[in-house]
Design a protein around this ligand. Structure first.
Ligand code: FBP
Length: 566
């Protein structure tokens, strides 16, 4: 970023308060105004603290397998930071710490780095923070930048991951672990912070285990990042980025709703990011009140098929037509097709074929599919067939962001409505418009909540490394309370793990948190969705506010899960 070079002043305090308009050439007024947005810290991080260990931990599933995979880390306790006397302060020696951004962008990542940096500045004078460039590959190739006050300043409270950029590489082969070890030794790293989602934090734990097994001093701490909102547990109430991304999508959905009502002629099929859990879709529904919302977890629990999903949408469209409404808004989670049992089965078979066989142009590979999967594959529109065959990501996942489920559903609903028209059970007009809101929400200016939460996560990661912890994920809790009362600590990464079959082998994975059908957000949604289906209760939340009465509003999902919203 050009702005990084503009602050030539090496003085930290001065860099924090540049003269007004310094970045005007490259930043909008709003971006500029965010640079000096003050970030409150939980009070435990503002004063002297000590680290208190909790009881021994276990695993989210298959503890015996996890214990075998992590012999040095399994069972370690989580850590809590509690107020203490200044006599308990850790020695303020300089540390060498690395930080890496891993996986998809999520608003607030820059503030995590700022939090780590400020912790080191405040409590470990003489420290060095290395930013590994381009994700985990930066660790393996020892590609880094030394983060200075001047380098960091223009990224404070800004969206994106462009300070050091991200990547989806995984450190998994013995050679790659060796490369990571070499980097750790070369830079004499005391610690490494991995900012990532479930896969990246699993990788962080493997690195922590590996470093310990090689008697290297490098400790590893993870940070919960993903707009998808599926990396969470009791101690980690939410992943950062979810709040901002949902607010951005909700604004766009609200606008589309008003457009639908204004013209009265379109059904808008909006697919929303979130490749596994449907948290984003559910939260956006709670913020905007669409006519139809599909929740993948419910579809799976009811063992729905593509046909039943299509029928459900067509039923609502027919009832609305009788009321005189030939328009509406339908929210679809990006991971939907992966929840439909018949498609799930097809994807599992395709995964095995793609991992082990050559996919020949003549289509002989199709003979390996079971008859049901072959029938379904042949029934899908060619574009969806191609999208299902695309290369898996480095973690073995189908790239659901590239599967245009919204277009497929429009086609299927259209065909169903045609049949109903011929049977005289539908007399309306149907025109579908497709949207995919995904990348638009990943690099927005972080909401006040994400900005503050991320800063605390980073500051806490610094504190955990300073106190010699490894294999923990930075955990900031009590988030419905004022920031001063937020709790801070680290949760054993192995306690979030289970084993899963990937690329045809069992691997440790952090169990994804899916939408709970008994949970408060889903129950709130089902209590009103029928009303939203037929009566237009559209809500347009408008753009994210940074000042004023609604600026510190937190998403419904988090508040409902914490019992702080009715
Ligand atoms: P993370 O799990 O890495 O945070 O990424 C989430 C996500 O934004 C998903 O919602 C989406 O399916 C995927 O990334 C898209 O990946 P890519 O950036 O590689 O296209």
């Amino acid at each position: 970023m050009a702005a990084a070079a503009v602050v030539a002043n090496g003085d930290y305090a001065a860099a924090k308060t540049p003269s007004a308009g310094r970045y005007a050439a490259v930043y909008s007024e709003v971006q500029n105004s965010r640079l000096d947005h003050p970030l409150p810290l939980p009070s435990v991080l503002k004063n002297s603290f000590k680290v208190v260990d909790g009881p021994p931990s276990s695993a989210a599933g298959n503890p015996d397998e996890i214990a075998k995979l992590f012999p040095r880390l399994f069972g370690q306790p989580s850590a809590n930071l509690v107020p203490a006397d200044s006599s308990d302060n850790l020695p303020g020696r300089g540390l060498k710490i690395g930080v890496v951004l891993s996986g998809g962008q999520a608003p607030g990542g820059h503030n995590v780095i700022s939090g780590i940096f400020d912790y080191l500045q405040d409590r470990c004078k003489g420290s060095t923070l290395y930013g590994f460039r381009g994700g985990p590959a930066g660790i393996m190739k020892c590609k880094y930048v030394v983060l200075t006050p001047e380098y960091i300043y223009p990224y404070r409270n800004q969206g994106g991951f462009d300070m050091i950029c991200s990547g989806r590489d995984k450190i998994e082969t013995p050679e790659q672990f060796k490369q990571a070890e070499e980097t750790s030794v070369k830079l004499d790293l005391d610690g490494l912070v991995v900012i990532g989602g479930d896969d990246s934090n699993t990788n962080a734990c493997l690195l922590a285990e590996n470093f310990r097994s090689k008697n290297l001093k490098t400790r590893v701490i993870g940070c919960p990042k993903t707009i998808d909102g599926d990396l969470k547990c009791k101690e980690v109430p939410t992943s950062f980025g979810f709040d901002t991304a949902c607010k951005i999508y909700a604004e766009m959905i609200g606008n589309v709703m008003i457009d639908a009502r204004s013209t009265g002629k379109y059904y808008h099929f909006v697919r929303l990011m979130g490749r596994a859990g449907s948290h984003i879709t559910l939260e956006c529904a709670l913020q905007t009140h669409p006519n139809i919302t599909l929740i993948g977890e419910e579809v799976a629990a009811q063992k729905q098929t593509l046909k039943t999903v299509t029928d459900y949408i067509a039923d609502v469209i027919c009832k609305r037509a009788e009321l005189g409404y030939n328009y509406g808004v339908i929210l679809i989670p990006e991971g939907l097709i992966d929840f439909i049992p018949e498609v799930q089965q097809l994807i599992a078979e395709l995964n095995e074929i793609l991992a082990h066989d050559i996919v020949d142009e003549a289509g002989l590979w199709k003979k390996k599919l079971t008859p049901q999967s072959l029938q379904l594959f042949d029934f899908l529109p060619p574009a969806i067939q191609d999208q299902l065959m695309l290369e898996r990501d480095p973690h073995g996942n189908v790239q659901v962001a590239k599967i245009e489920t919204e277009k497929m559903l429009i086609q299927m609903v259209e065909t169903e409505l045609e049949v109903r028209k011929q049977g005289a059970t539908y007399k309306g007009q149907f025109k579908g418009q497709s949207h995919f809101f995904g990348y638009e929400g990943r690099c927005g200016l972080p909401s006040n909540f994400d900005a503050t939460y991320c800063y605390a996560l980073g500051y806490a990661a610094g504190a955990l490394l300073h106190s010699g912890k490894t294999g923990l994920i930075s955990s900031v809790g009590n988030l419905a309370a004022p920031v001063a009362e937020w709790t801070v600590g680290g949760t054993a990464l192995t306690s979030l793990m289970d084993v899963e079959r990937r690329h045809g082998k069992f691997k440790p994975v952090i169990k994804k948190a899916m939408v709970e059908l008994e949970g408060a957000p889903f129950r709130k949604f089902i209590s009103t969705r029928e009303d939203w289906a037929l009566n237009n209760r559209y809500l347009n939340p408008g753009p994210i506010q940074f000042v004023g009465p609604t600026s510190n509003k937190v998403n419904h999902t988090l508040l409902l899960e914490l019992g702080a919203e009715a």
